[in-house]
Design a protein around this ligand. Structure first.
Ligand code: PMP
Length: 449
C-alpha cells in the first residue's frame, strides 16, 4: 500500500468564529439569489479541501467526517483525479456519448463489470446522479419483466426525482407537498435489529417482508425489489444477517429483479468494493454514484446483460450521462482505491470508530445503538435509558462538533443518528481527534439531557 500524500495540513484550526465574516457575507448574497429550499448542513463556505479537511473562506480548517455525503472517498483533491481531469479537459469536455461516443465511457463500463459482484455477463449505462441511476434501474426491470410493481423498504432513501421520492420513505424534507408520487411503489418492513423484537433473525425479517409482498401485491406482479444493503439516509441500518440473502433468493425464484442501491455503500466505503460482497449477494442490477468518481458527477447502473440488452436502442441515455471528464475522474479514482487499498483502509477506519464509540457507550445512557460497517458507522441517540429517538440531542451534538471545527452529518427517519463517513484517505491522528470531539459532545450534552 502506498503512502497517502496531502496537499493541505491535516489539522483542525479555527482562526475566526464560525461562520466567519467571509462566510457570513456569502450567506447574505446567497439569500438574495439561491432558493431557500436548498439547505446546507454547515454554514461555512469552502475555499479548498484535501484529505480529511475542508478549508473555509476565512481560513478555518475543518475536519470532515462526512466526505460530502460519502462522495470524496479518495479525498476531495486526489492527485490522480486532478491529473486525469486536467488531461481530459485539455482535449474535450463533451461530445455526448449518444452523438459521438468516446473510449473512457467504455473503459468505465469495463471496470464496473470487473468490480461489481458476480462474474456473469454484464452491461452498464452511465448517468449523472444517484436518483437517475435508480430511475433507470427501475425502467430496465419493468421493461424486462413486463410487470409494474416495485418494492421498497421502510427507512429507504433513493433520491428526490418523482419516482425516487415515491421510493423514499421519509416525508420531511424529501416528500411533503411534492406529490402526487409515481404509482405502483409498495413499502415493506425492513430488518432493523435495534428496533425489531429481541432475537428476531434476518430470515424471520425477510419472511415478514415476503409475506407482505405476496399478500399485498402478488409475486407475479412485482418487477423489482430495490434495497440499500445498508440503509444510508434512513439511519445506517444494517439488516440482520440472512435478511438480504433470503430476499435475494425469493427474488430469483419469482423472476423479480433484485436491485441493490449501492449509491452510498459502494466503492470501498464498507470495507469491500460493494456492501453486497459482504454477504455474498449478487444483485441483478446495482446502482452506483457518490464515491465512483472522486467528486465528479457520475452515476451508473451495471446489471445482467440479458436484462439490460432487452431495452431498445435509444431507450436509455441522457445528454450528459458518462461525461468524459467524469469518466476520466472515475478511472483515476479506481486506480487510487486499488493503489491505496482503500477497502482495507475502510475496515481499519471502522475498527477505530467502533472501538471509540463502544468506550463512549459505557459512560452514557443516550447511546442506543452503534452500527455500520467499515467507514460507514453510526451512533443512534436515544432519550436517557430508553429506546426513544433523541433528535434534539443529535442536532445539538452535530452543532457542538461544528463549533469545534468537526463536520458530522446526521441521518435517520427520526433524525436521531450521527453518521460517520470520513474520506477513506483521512489521517489516523485526525480521525482520533474528531472522535474525541464527537464523543465529548455526546457525553457532555447527553448528561445534560
Ligand atoms: N440512493 C441512495 C442509497 C442514496 O444514499 C442517495 C443519495 N443520498 C441516492 C440514491 C440519490 O443520489 P443523488 O443525490 O446523487 O441523486
Amino acid at each position: 500500500m502506498s503512502e497517502i500524500t496531502y496537499r493541505l495540513p491535516q489539522k483542525r484550526s479555527l482562526v475566526t468564529e464560525l461562520p466567519g465574516p467571509r462566510s457570513r457575507a456569502l450567506a447574505q448574497r446567497r439569500a438574495g439569489c439561491v432558493a431557500a429550499g436548498v439547505k446546507s448542513a454547515v454554514p461555512v463556505y469552502a475555499a479548498d479541501a484535501d484529505g480529511g479537511f475542508v478549508v473555509d473562506l476565512d481560513g478555518n480548517s475543518l475536519l470532515d467526517l462526512g466526505a460530502g455525503i460519502a462522495v470524496t472517498s479518495v479525498g476531495a483533491s486526489d492527485p490522480r483525479v486532478r491529473a486525469a481531469v486536467a488531461a481530459q479537459v485539455e482535449h474535450f469536455t463533451h461530445t455526448c456519448f449518444m452523438v459521438t461516443p468516446y473510449e473512457n465511457y467504455i473503459e468505465v463500463a469495463e471496470a464496473l463489470a470487473d468490480l461489481t459482484p458476480g462474474d456473469h455477463e454484464k452491461r452498464s449505462v452511465l448517468f449523472n446522479s444517484g436518483a437517475e441511476a435508480v430511475e433507470n434501474a427501475v425502467k430496465v426491470a419493468r421493461l424486462a419483466t413486463g410487470r409494474d410493481a416495485v418494492v421498497a423498504f421502510d427507512n429507504a432513501y433513493h433520491g428526490r426525482t418523482n419516482l425516487t421520492m415515491a421510493l423514499t420513505a421519509k416525508n420531511m424534507p424529501y416528500k411533503a407537498h411534492f406529490g402526487p408520487f409515481a404509482p405502483e411503489v409498495y413499502r415493506m418492513p425492513m430488518s432493523y435489529p435495534y428496533r425489531d423484537p429481541d432475537g428476531f433473525t434476518g430470515e424471520q425479517a425477510a419472511a415478514r417482508a415476503i409475506a407482505a409482498i405476496e399478500a399485498q401485491i402478488g409475486a407475479d406482479q412485482v418487477a423489482a425489489i430495490i434495497i440499500e444493503p445498508i440503509q444510508g439516509e434512513g439511519g445506517f441500518i444494517v439488516p440482520a444477517t440472512g435478511f438480504l440473502p433470503t430476499l435475494r433468493e425469493w427474488a430469483r425464484t419469482n423472476d423479480v429483479v433484485f436491485i441493490a442501491d449501492e449509491v452510498q455503500t459502494g466503492f470501498a466505503r464498507t470495507g469491500s468494493w460493494f456492501a453486497c460482497d459482504d454477504e455474498g449477494i449478487v444483485p441483478d442490477i446495482i446502482t452506483m454514484a457518490k464515491g465512483i468518481a472522486g467528486g465528479m458527477p457520475l452515476s451508473a447502473i451495471t446489471g445482467r446483460a440479458d436484462l439490460l440488452d432487452r431495452v431498445h436502442p435509444g431507450g436509455l441515455g441522457g445528454t450528459y450521462g458518462g461525461n468524459p471528464v467524469a469518466c476520466a475522474a472515475a478511472l483515476a479514482a479506481f486506480d487510487t482505491m486499488r493503489e491505496l487499498d482503500l477497502p482495507a483502509r475502510a475496515r481499519n477506519i471502522g475498527t477505530i470508530i467502533e472501538s471509540r464509540l463502544r468506550q463512549l457507550a459505557e459512560r452514557t445512557d443516550v447511546v442506543g445503538d452503534i452500527r455500520g460497517r467499515g467507514a460507514m458507522m453510526a451512533v443512534e441517540l436515544v432519550k436517557p435509558g430508553t429506546t426513544r429517538p433523541n433528535p434534539e440531542l443529535t442536532g445539538a451534538v452535530a452543532a457542538r462538533a461544528l463549533e469545534q471545527g468537526v463536520i458530522v452529518l446526521t441521518c435517520g427517519t427520526a433524525g436521531n443518528v450521527i453518521r460517520l463517513l470520513p474520506p477513506l484517505v483521512i489521517d489516523d491522528a485526525a480521525l482520533a481527534d474528531g472522535l474525541d470531539v464527537l464523543c465529548d459532545a455526546i457525553l457532555t450534552l447527553g448528561s445534560a439531557r
